[in-house]
Design a protein around this ligand. Sequence first.
Ligand code: GUN
Length: 293
Amino acid sequence: MKAQIIDGKKIAADIRQELEPRVAALTARGSKPGLAVVLVGDDPASLSYVTAKERDCEKIGIGSFDLRLPRETTQEELLALVDRLNNDDQVDGILVQLPLPDHIDADCVLQRIDPAKDVDGFHPLSLGRMLLGLPALLPCTPQGVVEMLQRSGHDPAGKEVVIIGRSNIVGKPLSVLLALKRPGGNATVTVCHSRTRDIARLTAGADIVIAAMGSPEFLTADMIKPGAVVIDVGVNRVEDPQAKRGYRLVGDAAYQDLLEKASAITPVPGGVGPMTRTMLLHNTVCAAEARRA
Ligand code: GUN
């Protein structure tokens, strides 16, 4: 069996097309949506992520405000910037790219963002509302994974899902979304992590396995049951002197190995990544519609 390749780029393009008339309607009544993207320091991976996010905005008519701050920026200066963006009526969404330098308390900064503009869905209020199943801005990667499953014909309802990884950005919120009593949810969810005794025993029983722990090609074919669906959230740079930039991107799943055993799998790149970026646009449009209603 050769697995169905779940095309994140195509699904993301469909969603962006659905967003375009909503952006146009907001713009037509003088409320063009705007996203502020804040990057502290010059980490090359972070820089490439934020540049891509800003380009995505421009392509569908969302205004982007690019804020680049030096590594030495103090916490007070960053908090002052967040306050200014909270009060700027042109700004519907605020994204502070993580990780932040060690001298800055990321939790403190994320909690300063106005929850109405929290397009990353990382504010405790957003996460609490999500947990309760109330309307909320949802974290982009978990939301993207759920959309991807639904739109590729793999509705999680009634399925056994194993997530490897318990990060605040992916594993933890995704486990909540998939278990919620709502469309895209209703799954039975297990979360594995570094202290899980036998990960392979758990993944071997799963209908859907989601690899999100940041370990290159960790999930292999011997760990899944035949016909399982594999969602790969990992993006790892692995040194490769033959590659154009001296590295290549690999996921947390051993793609080639799994192709023969899974019934469906997401590639890296071109899988979850484009979905995450598109859900950011989705959240920005939702935030703009709510703020400017
Ligand atoms: N760093 C890695 N992923 C993300 C994300 O989704 N949002 C932000 N703000 N930073 C990140």
